[in-house]
Design a protein around this ligand. Structure first.
Ligand code: NAD
Length: 486
């Protein structure tokens, strides 16, 4: 018998304490070899003025146990409060969000009787880097960051997960027909890594049609890996169409720690009434057991839970007249599962956990590359210029006065659409202009000094510049997109 594994537990807010007690009770009765260390996070701390909702020393505790089992938290309404989930993922580097979405037909109502998908969502990058700016009267911006190391980690994780869990196929969703550089990188890395796993099928879908297909025919998918925003949206869709958001667990895995939680929130209106379904958090606990190397406990607990579901013992949220046999509260549901420990389901497929599921991929799998040869060939200068001052051609005429020292204005776009030269009068414009300056001698590298001098001239001509983006070639390949219509 292995010795106990310490885990950090937060009981959370709303229905959190009830569903956490129920989940831990089942796991312990199933033989979990764990020592529980509790930390306080959430509403109480927020309301006491701690905007992060978590005590600084809680990080030490989580980093010591490396395993965090977290009930849902209530984030108070109003500005200034930081989401604990986002903070935890980022602080601990939990780059992989794993969400199994399974239907339990015919016991839980579902449109999709055959559904067993695992969504693997990149958890740290994309539009969630939180780098947002208001730039002009009209325009707000959020930066979408996709990195090669971040993408390599998540895609490798998806294939390793597929391999260890006997999954047949990994599908990637992106929108690389539009975002050719960012989503293009995600797709490219997916193809590179897929080639290292010849025994696992791979495919790529554009996210819009892929999402439609997933909502219509989920049985066509197995493991799906995708960037942060698409993953956030589609994992909720997948959980909902499987039957109930209340049943879905989520694991957040990193190299230094892992966090396990339900995907639903703290349901404050159901709190303290012994009503809530503990299943989402409990199934997250099952993933936790596998993660800490106790697949025997995970298997016993999960099979007892499946047996309870197929025997029709249901909480109010999944209870259906004619299908369910008994409507129970949170505590009674947990007792029903405990009473079935040792049993296997007859209709639903029993689980058979091999040790090693949900194992994080070690950091040494990241490919280190030699830096590319980078040459700056131009600069985009973003300018705040009210539309009341004139048309794009007027702006171009004024801006051409700042040409010089080997740089010239070649294009102006508004919201990404080229408006000069040869713009269309119908194009709707706002007060935010991207003005592209390139070397007069095409392809000739330029210097930082040329850019700084250009900005000085832009400022001297009373233009309000917002920011610049250097236009670079990396190993001879352009590292920037063209304006629509350029
Ligand atoms: P919610 O998920 O708490 O509730 C949505 C609906 O689902 C409600 O009708 C609720 O009664 C029902 N529901 C949810 N979980 C259930 C369960 N286990 N059993 C039975 N019914 C269940 O979403 P919300 O109402 O939008 O958010 C409430 C609070 O939760 C907010 O403060 C929000 O910030 C927070 N939240 C926290 C997390 C988290 O900590 N991981 C996630 C989402 C929302």
């Amino acid at each position: 018998m292995s010795k106990n594994v310490p885990i950090t537990v937060a009981y959370g807010d709303g229905i959190g304490p009830e569903i956490m007690s129920a989940s831990l009770h089942i796991l312990q009765e199933a033989g979990a070899r764990i020592d529980i260390e509790t930390i306080e996070v959430g509403e109480k701390l927020y309301l006491a003025g701690n905007t992060t909702g978590i005590e600084p020393d809680a990080w030490d505790k989580i980093l010591r146990t490396k395993v965090f089992y977290k009930a849902p938290i209530t984030t108070p309404q109003g500005g200034g409060f930081k989401s604990i989930n986002v903070t935890t993922r980022k602080t601990l580097g939990l780059y992989s969000n794993v969400r199994p979405c399974v239907s339990y037909h015919p016991f839980v109502d579902t449109k999709h009787p055959i559904m067993d998908i695992v969504i693997i969502r990149e958890n740290e990058e994309d539009l969630y880097a939180g780098i947002e700016h208001r730039q002009t009267d009209d325009v707000y911006q959020c930066l979408k960051l996709i990195t090669r190391p971040g993408t390599e980690k998540i895609v490798r994780y998806a294939f390793e997960y597929a391999l260890k869990n006997n999954r047949k196929k990994v599908t990637c969703f992106t929108k690389d027909n539009i975002m050719k550089l960012t989503d293009g990188l995600f797709h490219k890395v997916f193809d590179e890594i897929a080639a290292l796993y010849p025994d696992i099928q791979n495919e790529h879908w554009i996210v819009d049609i892929g999402a439609a297909k997933m909502a219509d025919t989920p049985e066509a998918f197995d493991v799906i890996v995708l960037p942060n925003l698409y993953g956030d949206v589609l994992s909720d869709v997948a959980a909902q169409i499987a039957g109930s958001v209340g049943l879905a667990p989520s694991a957040n895995i990193g190299e230094h720690a892992a966090m396990f939680e339900a995907i639903h929130g703290s349901a404050p209106r159901r709190a303290g009434q012994n009503l809530a379904n503990p299943s989402g958090l409990f199934l997250a606990g099952v993933m936790l057991m596998v993660h800490i190397g106790q697949p025997d406990v995970a298997e016993a607990a999960h099979n007892a839970w499946l047996t309870t579901i197929e025997e029709g013992i249901h909480t109010y949220d999944i209870y259906q007249e004619g299908v369910s046999k008994q409507k129970v509260g949170t505590r009674e549901f947990a007792e029903a599962v405990i009473a079935r420990l040792g049993k296997k389901p007859q209709t639903l497929k029993p689980v058979n956990y091999a040790a090693g599921e949900n194992v994080p991929v070690a950091s040494d799998t990241i490919t280190l590359r030699a830096p590319a040869k980078k040459e700056i060939v131009g600069v985009d200068v973003f300018i705040h210029w009210p539309t009341s001052k004139g048309k794009p051609d007027d702006l171009a005429e004024l801006l051409q006065k700042v040409n010089g020292e080997g740089l010239e204005l070649t294009m102006i776009s508004n919201r990404g659409q080229k408006v000069w030269p040869h713009g269309m009068p119908q194009t709707f414009c706002v007060d935010h202009w991207r003005c592209r300056f390139l070397a007069v001698e095409k392809g000739k590298p330029i210097t930082h000094k040329q850019i700084i001098d250009l900005l000085q001239r832009v400022s001297d001509h009373d233009f309000d510049f917002i920011k610049t983006e250097n236009l670079c070639y990396f190993d001879g390949q352009p590292g920037y997109s063209l304006g629509q219509g350029e």
